[in-house]
Design a binder for this molecule. Structure first.
Ligand SMILES: Nc1ncnc2c1ncn2[C@@H]1O[C@H](COP(=O)(O)OP(=O)(O)O)[C@@H](O)[C@H]1O
Ligand SMILES: [Mg+2]
Length: 520
């Protein structure tokens, strides 16, 4: 609507110009001069109303779409099966959620409404031009193949470097997050070489970014040049027609003025179109995440916990585990051992339903794991790995993520059972922010806070993958005893390198050389 208003106003200006020259300047009509000025101001106002409505509405819509898109991509990423997530480095995922959506917004803003507005303007202006002098207009049409050729060439370049830019940005993001995650370790690495690795990524990013601008700038200058060339030809022929009195001077001047307006519109359309070429790879990357990667899919069965036993039959997950079979009764406390790299973590991830592309069967009672609804299965399973995820947030929120309904009393008890009572003696207690910007805590303290989550929930099956590895031995024993007492009836899988702990368990699984053996 706004776009149409604006383009009507724009084309109206050409008529005022024609009247101004033919009737006012040549016929010396003062009354018409005043009228023309009034019309000018009116049309200018009309144009601004059109501009504001279209611009604001459009930008709002784009921002809204981008926000929705961001949430969509984020949800897709967190719902990826683990093995799919591992196919791309962290930076790629972060890049798509952040930078790609941002680029989508940036490129789209220069698109859409603007192109409508310019298309309308171009349409009106063309009509005006044909009305003025159709012969001259035909001459102008000769420029179009050149414009199209330029668009094709530069558009392809823009597309190529836009894709490259998003890719290099993700690589850079990945590298920088590796660096920052290992802040203290990096300080002791050879700085020169680390800088070399960083600069390499920055330079590649720079090159893509620079080419992206280079090709849009040269493109704009090429079409501008074409414009001047054709203006010359038109002025030559048009001027000749005025001299031989085929058309009036007013028509000719108005024609040239309108032509410049039209060319401006065409330039804007082309600029938009070339932006669209840069937008394409961004959309492709976003669509790849949304459409190409599968989401975790569960079945319909409800998981109420183990009733009799967990049976693994011919479980193969290449190349780590091959035809593994064993049976674990409900309530068993299982100690999992084996050489590092033997496949302990992989086995736990399979049993916990994180990896889902295995062959064979994992049967909870009689039901295959993948037939359970993901939500009902996860709500009854607790899984914790060695590098436990602690959020850079309050201790309270770090516990509530496991159970938002936990009471103050339960939170405090959980901290005590996980031997993380140190939190309670901090000035802000449960509301202490841990990590950057807050209180720094040790690896062992992080593990204890993560373990405290086990005591605010009521899972049926528990997987702990070296989740107590950073605790001192006496503390580890205490925490383990608390787990065994608090979750007495539950089935527990516990990976550890501390063989001394095996005596607290009634089953031992040994994972090595692609197989799993049950030791008594
Ligand atoms: N997703 C995966 N795809 C292929 N190989 C993997 C994957 N995850 C781990 N591995 C490899 O599988 C082996 C077992 O790893 P892991 O289960 O972590 O061993 P453990 O926990 O016993 O130390 C290692 O050789 C590791 O490199
Ligand atoms: Mg492991």
């Amino acid at each position: 609507m706004g776009a149409i208003l604006e383009s009507v106003a724009y084309s109206g200006l050409s008529f005022v110009l024609k009247q101004l020259i033919d009737r006012v300047l040549i016929e010396k009509n003062f009354y018409l001069l005043k009228l023309s000025v009034l019309a000018l101001v009116g049309l200018g106002l009309l144009k601004q109303v059109g501009f504001l409505t279209s611009e604001l509405l459009y930008k709002y819509a784009i921002a809204k779409i981008s926000a929705t898109l961001r949430v969509k991509v984020y949800s897709k990423v967190v719902n990826l099966p683990l093995e799919e997530y591992q196919k791309l480095p962290l930076g790629e995922w972060v890049g798509r959620i952040t930078n790609d959506v941002r680029s989508f917004k940036d490129y789209s803003e220069g698109f859409g409404i603007k192109v409508f507005r310019e298309l309308f303007t171009a349409l009106f202006l063309t009509a005006v031009l044909i009305y003025f002098d159709w012969k001259l207009f035909l001459l102008f049409l000769l420029v179009t193949p050149f414009l199209l050729g330029a668009f094709k060439f530069f558009g392809a370049k823009r597309k190529k470097y836009s894709r490259m830019y998003q890719e290099k940005f993700a690589l850079f993001l990945n590298f920088i997050s590796n660096l920052l995650e290992n802040f203290e370790n990096v300080k002791f690495l050879k700085r020169g070489f680390v800088n070399f690795l960083t600069k390499e990524k920055v330079l590649k990013l720079f090159k893509a970014e620079y080419k992206l601008t280079l090709y849009s700038a040269t493109y704009l200058s090429v079409i501008e040049l074409l414009g001047y060339l054709f203006a010359g030809v038109i002025i030559l022929y048009g001027g000749y027609r005025v001299i031989s009195e085929e058309v009036s001077a007013g028509t000719f001047v108005a024609f040239i003025g309108t032509l410049f307006l039209l060319y401006n519109s065409l330039q804007a359309i082309q600029r938009t179109a070339i932006n669209y070429r840069a937008l394409q790879p961004v959309i492709e990357r976003l669509r790849e995440v949304l459409e190409k990667f599968p989401s975790e899919r569960g079945g319909k069965a409800r998981f109420g916990g183990l009733k009799t036993s967990l049976t693994v039959r011919n479980l193969t997950f290449k190349p780590i585990l091959e035809k593994v079979s064993f049976k674990i009764p409900k309530g068993a406390k299982v100690f999992v051992k084996g050489p590092s790299g033997g496949g302990k973590s992989t086995l736990l991830k399979l049993l916990a339903g994180l990896y889902r592309s295995y062959e064979g069967e994992i049967l909870y009672d009689q039901v295959e794991l993948r037939d359970f609804s993901i939500k009902s299965f996860r709500s009854k399973v607790f899984y914790l790995s060695q590098n436990s995820a602690i959020f850079n947030d309050t201790v309270r929120n770090n516990l509530l993520v496991a159970n938002p309904n936990a009471t103050e009393k339960e939170l405090i008890l959980a901290l005590k059972l996980a031997r993380a009572e140190f939190v309670l003696s901090l000035p802000k207690g449960l509301d202490t922010v841990v990590g950057g910007g807050g209180v720094q805590i040790s690896g062992g303290q992080k593990q204890r806070i993560a373990l405290a989550r086990l005591f605010v929930t009521n899972p049926e099956v528990i997987f702990l993958d070296e989740a107590t590895s950073a605790l001192d031995f006496p503390t580890e024993i205490e925490v383990l005893k608390n787990i065994l007492k608090f979750h007495r009836e539950k089935t527990l899988f516990f990976v550890s390198h501390r063989w001394e702990l095996a005596k607290y368990f009634n089953l031992v699984l040994e994972v090595k050389e692609k197989t799993v053996r049950v030791l008594a």
